[in-house]
Design a protein. Structure first.
Ligand SMILES: O=C(O)C[C@H]1C=CC(=O)O1
Length: 96
């Protein structure tokens, strides 16, 4: 199943820079591993914001929930999830 996920990161202003840097580095490693696995299909920065729009390809909502809540930055994110289904006019076979 495909899901569109919008994540907005809000790190506390008083978080020590070293802790923020460590969280971001760990998040990057996890995100890149999930992209290599094919589960995190697209990752786009929203221009001008500390936010992204992503497409996940997972078995269902339970797997997506497990992946998102395991992200190191999850405690500092606002997350919005939308389930996607095939568009009848799409010419692509890989969008289901
Ligand atoms: O930067 C972000 O949008 C937050 C998060 C998502 C992937 C990643 O590496 O960090």
């Amino acid at each position: 199943m495909l899901f569109k996920v919008s994540m907005t990161v809000r790190l506390p202003h008083d978080m020590p820079q070293a802790h923020a840097d460590e969280l971001k580095a760990t998040e990057r490693a996890v995100a890149q591993q999930l992209q290599r696995s094919g589960k995190w299909r697209h990752l786009w920065r929203v221009a001008g914001r500390y936010a992204n729009v992503s497409i996940f390809d997972v078995s269902g909502a339970d797997e997506l929930h497990a992946l998102l809540t395991a992200l190191p930055l999850f405690p500092y994110m606002d997350v919005e999830v939308e389930a996607l289904c095939r568009h009848p006019s799409s010419i692509h076979d890989d969008d289901r």
